[in-house]
Design a protein around this ligand. Structure first.
Ligand SMILES: [Zn+2]
Length: 460
């Protein structure tokens, strides 16, 4: 495989060469479990899941180690636990379970390791101790701070000059900081908050140190690939790298840095204040998981992704075309064959999923018209390529019956009931609106003497 990845550190595409092909390592910053994940949180999960699948295919399943952390101690978690009057692990268990369930509907494989902050405390404290001994950190006022002046390359990843980082940090600089850009490794807990003993006094870790300690514990420093959303480049990844290098005296922390673009709601940022937050947790009960995954991978991962109400519906229609081709080739026995060369070339070019999708459609089109002998190979190719991306796992007939997704079925039936109630109340405007909403989901309602039945519209 000749995989080229865009590396944020060098700002160019580089040929991927693992340090050890028998032990390829990938780390991605994971969730803080205090609420349901929104659809923007799901984007890196699906993008790096695709990379994980591609690496496993190239190097062998047993030779790729993927770690993603779970932040289970944090101000927002503490606040939520205090609001509900329960211990923090009641909150974190609830939302971690939901996260796992939602991400598995999106077809994301579980990482090899999912370290939790609360279970990595000894390693975190040990790493902070080494930073203090290496004069890269200092204690002040119950805190331990990283001394950014101890690391001459600070700012290298985000390409920010030090004076700019200082200006950025100058808002409300804590008096115990030697340099405004210095960041917290350890801090005292407030009354009622979880607390751990340490050589620096009782308290809890800052967020940045968690990832470096977990990488060292699960994968070892340096790793091959570090991933995350591009909002993490500064300060989180800049800080991770500074700590990791100063604690280990290694020249390198991650050999490749990969960052995915933002998911926006149409042209706006998704935010609580705009009231436009869409939860992955809600979407998985409305649309087939494959359709949501398709939508998340439909733009190149480094580009912004504009999400609208139409996005999952478009994705569903795209998959309908592929499943339609498979349905019409139901009598063709698929050959066991790898995905086509053009498809693989697209993925190996920095995960170019839009080009890979175009190749899927090209193969599906040829499958419809090719002579019988060739159809066996084309069907095999379509299945292999689709499944490498995490699609086409359903039986085509079941896909069109909607049987692949009970939640989708329940939603349609709920809408049909609502339409029947509106008709009974002679509220024709509401009934028509619901009929249009049902049609927009690719479903046809058939009114009969015993009420309405429905079916998924035939693929065109
Ligand atoms: Zn991280």
């Amino acid at each position: 495989m000749t995989l080229a990845l865009y590396d944020t550190m060098t700002r160019r595409k580089r040929l991927f060469e693992p340090r050890d092909p028998a032990r390829v390592t990938l780390y991605v910053c994971g969730p803080t479990v205090y609420n349901y994940a929104h659809i923007g949180n799901a984007r890196p999960v699906v993008v790096f899941d695709l990379l994980f699948r591609l690496l496993r295919r190239a190097y062998g399943e047993d030779h790729v180690l993927y770690a993603a952390n779970v932040t289970d101690v944090d101000d927002k978690i503490n606040q939520k636990a205090a609001d509900e009057g329960v211990p923090i692990d009641v909150i974190t268990r609830r939302y971690l379970d939901a996260y796992h369930a939602d991400m598995s509907v999106l077809g994301a494989l579980r990482p090899t390791f999912e370290p939790r902050a609360t279970e990595t405390m000894a390693e975190i404290i040990d790493m902070i101790g080494r930073l203090v001994r290496n004069n890269a950190a200092y204690q002040a006022d119950g805190h331990v701070l990283f001394n950014t002046e101890a690391y001459s390359d600070y700012g290298k990843l985000s390409r920010r000059p030090m004076d700019e980082m200082i200006a950025g940090a100058r808002v409300d600089v804590a008096p115990y900081k030697q340099n405004p850009a210095d960041f917290v490794l350890w801090k005292p807990s407030k009354p009622g908050e979880p607390v751990w003993d340490s050589p620096f006094g009782p308290g809890r870790p800052g967020w940045h140190i968690e990832c470096s300690a977990m990488i060292e514990k699960t994968l070892g420093i340096p790793i091959d690939i570090h991933g995350g959303g591009n909002d993490l480049i500064f300060p989180h990844h800049e800080n991770e790298m500074a700590q990791g290098i100063c604690a280990t005296h290694d020249q390198e922390y991650a050999r490749y840095w990969m960052h995915n673009g933002f998911l926006n709601m149409g042209s706006e940022k998704m935010s609580k204040s705009l009231g436009n937050v869409v939860l992955a947790h809600d979407l998985v009960s409305k649309y087939p998981g494959e359709a949501l995954r398709w939508a998340l991978l439909a733009s190149h991962y480094r580009q912004p992704l504009a999400w609208t109400e139409q996005t999952p519906l478009n994705a569903k229609s795209a998959l309908d075309r592929l499943y339609g081709a498979l349905l019409r080739a139901a009598d063709v026995e698929a050959e066991t064959t790898p995905p086509g060369a053009a498809f693989m070339a697209a993925l190996e070019d920095d995960l170019n999923t839009p080009r890979a999708y175009a190749e899927l459609f090209a193969v599906a089109q040829r499958l419809e018209t090719a002579p019988p002998a060739e159809r066996r190979r084309l069907k095999g190719e379509l299945l292999a390529a689709g499944q490498l991306l995490g699609f086409l796992k359903a039986d085509p007939e079941a896909w069109f019956q909607g049987a692949v997704d009970q939640a989708f079925k329940a939603r349609i039936e709920g809408m049909i009931d609502a339409r029947a109630r509106a008709r009974a109340a002679r509220d024709w405007a509401t009934a028509d609106r619901i009929r249009d909403e049902i049609a927009a989901l690719g479903v046809e309602v058939l009114d009969g003497p015993d009420g309405a039945t429905w079916r998924i519209k035939e693929p065109t």
